[in-house]
Design a protein around this ligand. Structure first.
Ligand code: MG
Ligand code: MG
Length: 273
């Protein structure tokens, strides 16, 4: 049974602020990614940004077998999600997925993106394209479908049609004053998806976050208790936006800085913007 908190226009306005700070985190991370940088350095930059704006990092201390130790999840190549930042040095040809979220003035934003490190091979390049296109397709379909299961079906079909697989062990989520609220937002359709299906109506805010694998959809967790890796060792990508359904359609609350720039909006987070 879902307990979905629909958000008012004013509440979505406040979530937009949190989302834009997450946008800024990704803008900074993307500008830093290059061969030779460590995943800890990326994490520290995001931590400093959140501190500067008095935002609460949502991932640090997140409960698990051991509390999550960092502000970002950073997952490289065959790592799907929940990678722990550390002294790993990014290499030319890697794919690095960065997922982060914060709570600003009581409201949450959550977004993940996968980035190439220098030049990547054709398989990884295709995976990046399919993953990003899958997320954007889902957001577009939110406006055309009545129930989430219809979106999930089209999302999964798109991923499979492109020779990739959609991870089923982890799902998206409602988001608001808490990072994880109802409903669960799966990127595939099975019995549970249909049982817990929900209507796409104004006021709904969800994090849509397909995890797309080049090979098998099957994943496993490593000894650090957090890092999720593909079972076949093939690469994986993760693309996530916080999305609000408003009377005008679906709005991405964590837009890419490059998208804002196209619309003539300065990417940098403004304290009173
Ligand atoms: Mg996330
Ligand atoms: Mg999320």
């Amino acid at each position: 049974m879902n307990t979905i908190f629909l958000k008012s226009r004013r509440e979505i306005d406040r979530m937009r602020r949190a989302g834009l700070l997450v946008t800024e985190a990704h803008r900074i991370v993307e500008s830093m990614i290059q061969p030779g940088i460590t995943t800890a350095e990326l994490d520290q930059a995001v931590e400093a940004l959140f501190e500067k704006h008095h935002a609460k990092p949502l991932f640090k201390g997140f409960p698990g077998p051991v509390p999550f130790p960092a502000v970002c999840c950073i997952s490289v190549n065959d790592e799907v999600v929940h990678g722990i930042p550390g002294d790993r040095v990014l290499q030319e040809g890697d794919i690095v997925s960065v997922d982060t979220g914060c709570k600003l003035n009581g409201w949450c934003g959550d977004s993940a993106w996968s980035y190439p490190v220098g030049q990547v091979d054709a398989q990884k390049q295709k995976l990046l394209e399919v993953g990003e296109a899958a997320l954007l397709l889902a957001i577009e379909q939110v406006e055309h479908c009545q129930m989430w299961s219809e979106v999930a079906a089209r999302l999964a079909e798109f991923i499979e049609k492109n020779g990739c697989s959609s991870v089923e062990d982890f799902v998206g989520h409602g988001i608001g004053q808490e990072m994880h609220e109802d409903p669960q937002v799966p990127h595939f359709v099975d019995k549970t998806t249909l049982e817990n299906d929900f209507e796409l109506r104004p006021g709904l805010v969800i994090a849509i976050e397909p995890m797309v694998n080049a090979g098998t959809k099957r994943v496993t967790i490593t000894e650090d208790h957090w890092t999720v890796v593909t079972l076949d060792g093939k690469p994986s990508v993760h693309f996530e936006h916080t999305v609000a359904i408003t009377p005008d359609g679906a709005e991405i609350l964590t837009p890419r800085a490059s998208e804002l720039a196209k619309r003539g909006i300065k990417g940098e987070f403004q304290e009173n913007g």
